[in-house]
Design a protein around this ligand. Sequence first.
Ligand code: ADP
Ligand code: ADP
Length: 231
Amino acid sequence: MILVLLGPPGVGKGTQGARIALHYVLPTISTGAMLREAISKGTKLGKIAEGYRIDRGEYVPDEIIVEAVDERIEEPDCLNGFLLDGFPRTIPQAKVFAGVLLKKKRRLTGVIDFYAPIDAVVKRFSGRRICSICGTTYHITSQPPKIEGICDLEGGTLITRPDDEPDVVQHRMEVYHEKTTPLRDYYRECGVLHTIDADQDPDLVFRATIELLNRLEAEETLIFEQGKWNV
Ligand code: ADP
Ligand code: ADP
């Protein structure tokens, strides 16, 4: 199963991605998390990404991110499939990625578009906190840690992501609408877009997602026969 998780910053892609990954035993590839980790470890990708102010919501160039994903999905844990969170984010990324999949003779199962009204989304990322050590995501009210301000897993201090600071968020939403909203139309035209109502409790969002994925799995062979596998 190869899935793309789409939706504005803060809608809950990471939260649902972690649950889907656990359910199907698949890795989640979050390009945002990948970039943050690469920067903090000072890897080659991190040094390149540092030039692009991702802490201000600026996108890194398409070719850099596509190459990083192309390399990542060659790893053995991706053999049975993977989830993509935050990638593709632009139409050029999606088109090049379609070519990457085609070359590897792999097929996109579907694109899940998580939707919630803007005021719900704003509430989510303004309360988002992440572990300063392992990056696990919490929310001050909807997904609080057991001990306030401390990660349940690593014991690290919980911090606000620099790009969740109020002055950056507005810009990120604008970038999302300019660059990523057209992607939704592109995938809709390709016939692979499925919208999930994300404006509900995470358990209910997850249930709706799994129902959809069960349906998509059943349809897989049919989609393949119709020759749409290279979208
Ligand atoms: P969110 O979870 O809030 O949607 P992410 O963690 O996915 O944000 O991404 C954080 C930042 O990393 C983005 O604002 C952008 O600067 C950069 N980034 C992540 N994925 C991509 C991508 N596919 N293309 C370009 N830049 C990206
Ligand atoms: P994204 O990856 O799309 O940027 P996250 O999964 O990081 O979004 O979620 C953003 C914030 O909202 C996090 O603090 C998370 O705990 C919280 N959250 C996620 N899903 C829900 C939901 N269905 N209801 C309320 N809060 C949620």
